[in-house]
Every structure is written in C-alpha cells, then in structure tokens.
Write a protein that binds this ligand. Sequence first.
Ligand code: EPU
Length: 339
Amino acid sequence: MIEKKDYSLLEHNTFKIDVCAKHFVEYNSEDELIDFLQSGKLKKTFLHIGEGSNLLFLNDYQGMVLHSAIQGVEVISELDDYVLVRVGAGMSWDDFVAHCVEKLWYGAENLSLIPGEVGAAAVQNIGAYGVEIKDLIYAVETVDIMGQRKTYSVADCEYAYRYSRFKKVENKHIFITRVILKLSKIEQYHLDYGSVRKELLKHTEVDLSTVRNAIIAIREEKLPNPCHIGNGGSFFMNPIVSKLKFEELKSLYPEIPYYELSQAKYKIPAAWMIDQCGWKGKRIGDAGVYSKQALVLVNHGKATGKDIYELAEAIRSSVKNKFGVILKPEVNYIGSDSI
Ligand code: EPU
C-alpha cells in the first residue's frame, strides 16, 4: 500500500498535465483496499483513477486519488472452445491483449494498443475497429466504499457506447477490482473495418499476431503516442443523431461519413466535423489538435488542463455553429466545479 500527500499526478495522466493530488493511495489487493476503506481514512472527496488516459485535470485535486495496482491473469475455467480469465483492474490493458495473443485466445486483438488499465477499460467500455470490451466481459468484481464485495454480470453493467453503470455519478463509490473476460479458443476475427483489411494485405497470412500488428500499425500511424505527446485519445464521442437530422446534414454535405445504427439513429464521426471546421493541426499556445486525427487534442508541452478545455470549447462551438450538432467529451473533466 502506498499513501502519499501532495503527490504529483504527472505520471498518472496521459495528457501530462502538471497537477498534484492532496492525497494519493495505491493498493495491491482487495484485502488492502477493504482494510483501508474500513479504517475510515478515505476522504470525503475522492477519485478512483486507472492509468489516467481519459482524464483532464483542470487544477490540483484537493481530495484523495485512489489507484489500483491489482495485477494478475488467472484462468478460472477452460473448455474446448473458450476460456474465462480473471484479470486485475490495475493491469495494463495492452499487456493483457498481448498475453491473449500469446495464449491464442481470440477476441481482444482489435483493442490492441489502447492506453489504460483493465478496470478503467471496463468502466469506459473501450472500443475500436468493430469491437467493444463489453463483447468480451463476462462479469465485473467490485468493492464499494463500505468495503462490501459484489460481482456484476455483464447484463447488470448497463453497457452502451463508451458507457457503463460505473460511469454514473451515483456509482462513483463502487470500485472495480477484477474483470472476468470470456475469450474464444476457436480462431475468429473481426475484420469489417476497411483500414484493418487494407493493412492486413501487407501480411501473407492472417493470424492473431498479424491482426494485432495490423491494429498497432494503424493506431501508430493515426494516433499520437502519449509517451511522446500528451493526449487522451478521442477527446469527444461520435454524436448520435436522428434520421431527420442526418438527412438534413446529408443533403448539405453529401460526402458526410456515417455509421447507420438501429432505431433510425446515425453516428457521425466527430473527427470529420472538426476537420471540416478547419481545426486539424491548429494550436492555441501548447494546446493543439493532432495533425493526423482531428478528434485528438494534444498537449504540446506546457498546456494546462484549462488550456485544453478552452480549445475543446472553441471546437464544440464551431461544430455547433456549422453543423448544429453538440459534441460531448469522451474525456472526463476533473477538478472544477464551474464546468
Ligand atoms: N476523419 C476525418 N478527419 C480526421 C480523422 C478522421 O475526416 O482528422 C474521418 C475519417 O475519414 C473517417 C471518420 O472520420 O471517415 C472516422 O475516423 P476514424 O476511423 O479514425 O475513427 P473515429 O470515429 O475518429 C473511433 C473511436 C476510436 C477508435 C476508432 C477506430 C470514438 C470516439 N473513437 O474514432 O477510439 O480507435 O474509431 O475504431 O468512438 C478512443 O476512444 O479514444 C479512440 C481512439
């Protein structure tokens, strides 16, 4: 167990915002977490983080930041066609994907190289190239602030696009400790994305490693590596609009890219709209829009959380003025009551 005061969060947020937490606690097991919670040391204001790959700190955090260091991949059941594995919430998501590829467990490979840890991935329902983590989750183990353990089946997690019950404000007292995933032992791939198929043409055969390598190549080409340039991945969610709104946009912009969803809803790529507004590659001070993907905001060096926030607001108002569509951040703002 690590307990610190006035602790720098620079290494705990991929935007590389230079802020401190008044209190910081890191635990290694469920028992350590439960002992801590039952000791009464938890502060009234608290925030549980993963790797901090989806957070934007607007100022120093005056409460207590908690972080899980629970590691480990444990096979809890194995049949001919699938395996159930129990994974520590503090494990790096991509290390877990690499482990799956090594073991020839199918399902997670399209989610290669997504930054973050397993617990946060299950909170956020990470997704890429036609797969979401909810497709792989079997159950989620938690501990609440009273120190009570509870396991949620995937159906109880209320998963939707970048959403779960654990994102609700009223559920912030529930911490994910382990995630149980169901992976296939039968060879199968999700290759519907044109960019994935195209990248795979460079390989003579398709297997788990080549798919993982293709996904890594696509991501490295389009998305900035947080080790080199601070960022939080896609800054906004792709907005979902009604059929009526979609038809209005399509008549004004016949080239608009879109994904048709069920129930007469259409998902429009926020990246395309931001790009059309001329933001790609622009910067205001050290806050910028990535030159190869307009949905990614970056910290060119010394940007503060507020600098990034102000750039995001300027982008939101351009998109609202041009397209009449409101963008919602995918990144979670932390630390300012005024926002
Ligand atoms: N586009 C532009 N300009 C750009 C970038 C993209 O016009 O600067 C257009 C592309 O031509 C394409 C469309 O926008 O028609 C969509 O772009 P892309 O395929 O790159 O995906 P995205 O919708 O921007 C989503 C996820 C990503 C995920 C990719 C691939 C969200 C918010 N983002 O991005 O997830 O990797 O699809 O599946 O759903 C993340 O959540 O952090 C993330 C990176």
